[in-house]
Ligand binder design. Structure first.
Ligand SMILES: NC(=O)c1ccc[n+]([C@@H]2O[C@H](COP(=O)([O-])OP(=O)(O)OC[C@H]3O[C@@H](n4cnc5c(N)ncnc54)[C@H](OP(=O)(O)O)[C@@H]3O)[C@@H](O)[C@H]2O)c1
Length: 343
């Protein structure tokens, strides 16, 4: 497959290049960056020396490219400037930004401002294969899920889909490594500001909250409100999410576990841990896995679910490649089947 990557000089762009270097069906034919145009891939990413001979192109010179898949790893806003044209030229597009994730243009406006191609919001498929695999197969535009929403939705989907959760009771408490903020230099994500600290941010105002609510509402078929608090932790990558919810009836631990095992039993990238075990971001590092641990005591109605993902892989570029595999009828695991780099 011929592949172009827009915004390939950022962190998710790097991850796409790293993963696709080992994908037997992928040939990267174009990569863009405004600041690094003319540089070779290994000048920008020395770890990729020997894997690519391509140079970064200016997105302005990109023109009407026609390939099998375009990955857009641009910031939100910039993605919607180019995606309508790419679709008109017959490309299938996987957008890693938030531009096409929200279905309702009014909700988009509240959180991000006016959308430039609102007609495409309904057409885009939310690319979480564990929930929307059939739609992903036929999609021409994939809205690749946000990193926090991936961890939160996978943590809650089995119980929510079964209608077991009270819709107003969900609390999602997530902690992310600093690469979640992208590669651009910013004071608040610089080493000295982050190292040794641990803080909550954007309380009550993070843009991933409506995305989590939209997808859980789709599963529950009822309005869902989520209390979502993200935190920044001084590691480069990984998201640990602890989700709390009230159940409509008590579940004991083995009942809760069997619901998760049944829901994810055939999923190649979701690993439900044994009873009493809870995940660690180390154990999914640099991999497309989402590890999940479940707690319930059969007495109270509270359930606690912990998920761990790598924000740049299952939370972004790995999931994007998983979606590409699904769209082209390839084995979903192609290029993604390596063990995590836990140490
Ligand atoms: N980081 C994560 O964990 C994560 C997870 C899920 C989703 N995402 C989403 O994925 C997208 C990429 O994230 P990232 O972390 O890789 O960001 P990043 O490291 O900041 O990289 C952004 C890329 O886009 C290019 N770019 C920036 N502004 C542009 C513009 N106006 N027009 C054209 N190109 C532009 C940059 O290169 P030049 O400036 O040289 O053009 C760079 O290649 C974002 O929408 C982000 O929200 C990120």
């Amino acid at each position: 497959m011929k592949i172009a990557i827009l915004g390939a000089s950022g962190y998710t762009g790097f991850e796409l290049l790293r993963i696709l270097a080992a994908h037997p069906d992928a040939e990267i034919v174009a990569v863009t960056s405004r600041q690094r145009k003319g540089s070779g891939i290994s000048e920008v990413f020395p770890s990729l020396k020997g894997f690519y001979s391509l140079k970064f192109a200016d997105p302005e010179d990109f023109g009407k490219i026609r390939v099998d898949i375009v990955f857009s790893a641009l910031p939100h806003g910039a993605s919607q400037d180019v995606i309508p044209v790419l679709l008109e030229s017959g490309n299938r597009v996987i957008d890693l930004s938030a531009d096409y994730r929200l279905k309702d243009p009014d909700v988009y406006r509240i959180w991000y401002g006016e959308h430039k191609s609102p007609g495409l919001l309904k057409k885009a498929v939310y690319g979480l294969p564990e929930v929307h695999r059939k739609k992903v197969q036929k999609a021409s535009l994939i809205a690749n899920p946000g990193c926090y929403p991936t961890g939160a939705i996978l943590a809650l989907a089995p119980l929510v889909k079964k209608g077991l959760v009270r819709p107003g009771s969900i609390i999602v408490d997530s902690k992310s490594g600093v690469s979640g903020a992208g590669r651009g230099a910013a004071l608040e994500t610089s080493f000295v500001e982050v190292c040794g600290g641990f803080k909550a941010y954007k309380i009550g105002s993070h843009r991933h909250a409506p995305e989590i609510e939209q997808e859980l509402k789709g599963l529950l078929k009822e309005d869902v409100s989520v209390t979502f608090t993200p935190h920044l932790i001084p590691v480069s990558r990984g998201i640990l999410t602890t989700a709390y919810a009230e159940l409509r009836k008590p579940l004991n631990l083995s009942e809760a576990h069997s619901i998760y095992r049944a829901f994810y039993g055939r999923e190649p990238f979701v690993r439900v841990l044994d009873e009493g075990k809870f995940p660690d971001i180390r154990d999914v590092r640099c991999s497309n896995y989402c590890d999940i641990g479940v707690w319930a005591d059969g007495v109270g109605k509270r359930v606690i679910v912990v998920s761990a993902i790598d924000n740049l892989v299952k939370g972004a570029s790995g999931q994007a490649v998983q979606n590409m595999n699904v769209m082209y009828g390839l084995d979903e695991k192609t290029g993604l089947e390596h063990p995590p780099a836990a140490v």
